[in-house]
Ligand binder design. Structure first.
Ligand SMILES: [Zn+2]
Length: 147
């Protein structure tokens, strides 16, 4: 992936995972650029099909484009960071540090991407202490990017 494209995707995302909002500034490696529609099923290697994602979300999403809504049981498409609004589909629950789904798409995506495992919730509790997560961290990343 060309460096300029990676920087474009990261800057557009505010250097945060576009699914769970994990901030790149507190990781010891860059977040990943993932294909919303996987390359394996014809997804383009272009900005409109790319999203910034943490290892956890990207690894859990893998080749999926749909998932089951755990509340209603039907298959729905996953959240698309290019066309969907985060606040429309997700809600952060500070008491439990969980990301909940407001919609079938939000619920299915949170479940498929395993956004609420013990490690994810523990990290969010620390981020809440560090910078009032889900607000963005005060560190504006985007300096020297080794990619
Ligand atoms: Zn994530």
């Amino acid at each position: 992936m060309p460096h300029k494209l990676r920087v474009l995707v990261a800057a557009r995302a505010g250097w945060r995972c576009e699914y769970c909002l994990a901030p790149e500034a507190i990781f010891n490696s860059p977040l990943e650029v993932e294909h919303i529609q996987p390359k394996e099923s014809g997804g383009a290697d272009e900005a409109w099909n790319l999203a910034l994602a943490c290892r956890s979300c990207n690894g859990s999403k893998y080749l999926a484009t749909t998932a089951r809504d755990p509340l209603r049981g039907r298959m729905v498409r996953l959240f698309n960071p290019r066309t969907d609004g985060w606040d429309e589909h997700f809600v952060f629950k500070a008491r439990t540090a969980e990301i909940g789904g407001r919609t079938a798409i939000g619920r299915a995506t949170a479940a498929r991407l395993r956004m609420n495992g013990p490690k994810q919730r523990e990290a969010r509790r620390l981020w809440m202490l560090l910078f009032s997560f889900p607000d963005a961290p005060p560190i504006a990343y985007g300096g020297d990017d080794p990619c």
